[in-house]
Ligand binder design. Sequence first.
Ligand SMILES: C[S@@+](CC[C@H](N)C(=O)[O-])C[C@H]1O[C@@H](n2cnc3c(N)ncnc32)[C@H](O)[C@@H]1O
Length: 389
Amino acid sequence: MPEPLDAALTEVRALLLDPALTRAVAAGRRRGQRPSLVRAELRPVALKTGARLQISTSDGVRPYTRNVSPGAEADAAVDALLAEPFGNWHVETAEATLQLRVTKSGEAQVHRATADRPVAGPEGHDRVKDYLLDPGDPIFATIGGNAAKRRQVDAFLRALAATLPDDLTGRLRVVDLGCGNAYLTFAAYRYLTGRGLDVELVGVDVREDQRQRNSELAARLGWADRVSFVAGTIADAVVEPAPDLVLALHACDTATDEALARAVRWDARWILAAPCCHHDLAAQLRSRPTPPPYELLTRQGILRERFADVLTDALRAGLLRVHGYRAEVVEFVDSRHTPRNLLIRARRTGSGTDTGPQRAEYQQLVDQWQVTPRLSILLDDRPAPVGGA
Ligand SMILES: C[S@@+](CC[C@H](N)C(=O)[O-])C[C@H]1O[C@@H](n2cnc3c(N)ncnc32)[C@H](O)[C@@H]1O
């Protein structure tokens, strides 16, 4: 049931100033109004000089963080934020969670939950703190997506968070290859700018209709100057300057190889690619005899397909190592959210190409199975002649 907005905001105020506050986020806007800030986040911090309320705001261009003292200073800062026409407040304390959404008619739709009775969000019973990006974040009203996709993308962002160094600052150029409807693209932009980075993000997809749709969404979000879209193939789309970070979520079949090859050619510092279906090596395994003693691995069709998946991603990671990356394959999300839940995560080491042991283990595997991974063709990968040039 909608409630009077003033009374609901008074309740929010009390929670924001409560010493039990753990985190609060304000974002979005009310119908026909525009706050001077895109987002505000509040959390308690313990400084040497005592407890403070940390307030991080963004006007859509620059993030700004300040710490205010409890008492008059915090009261005034909180009152100033409550006076902004934000469309949503999400407030968590040690005991309770409150979500407030301002309706079109200017009333408050409030969900309250206590710590022992979690708030049921739009996806059911997932708790807000299970997410890296607040599910109440207003970008989701614009970019859409269902609960499973939100889970997947949030998990992908967690893997990204674990990959980038904590002290990363300044400009970050990012590309999302095979971006589709750009769900990851927009969420990544939101997450990375929330970390205070100066982000330029390009989404690439072969579909022109996706480029148009995504560009319109970027404009609606007010991000068109930082988030742009190109219609073209992963292999050839023009992305300049070269990105530092390459993302690819479920680029179909060998499009993942195109993404990895492009990232290596760009000399990207970080690569996160969650592969989709794998047909390339499965077809190669079908068309030639299995080397002994591995016949049992491939005799049954389903085992052969699964083994081909494993071989494909093992060789992808192996080739990235040959090309100067530290690469690992991890599960980034539980398989109940998507069966395509592996992630190839790579960080450039600067050790150069064709490092001996990495080359040897990769080469032994392709020689034994007599396969030619698509990525090796795209990278024009050939072992260096024995004994040097
Ligand atoms: C399964 S969708 C995934 C979309 C998005 N990354 C996501 O996870 O929601 C794969 C996308 O990759 C695009 N795609 C496939 N092969 C491509 C290629 N070679 N170059 C550019 N885009 C490609 C398709 O058009 C499609 O939008």
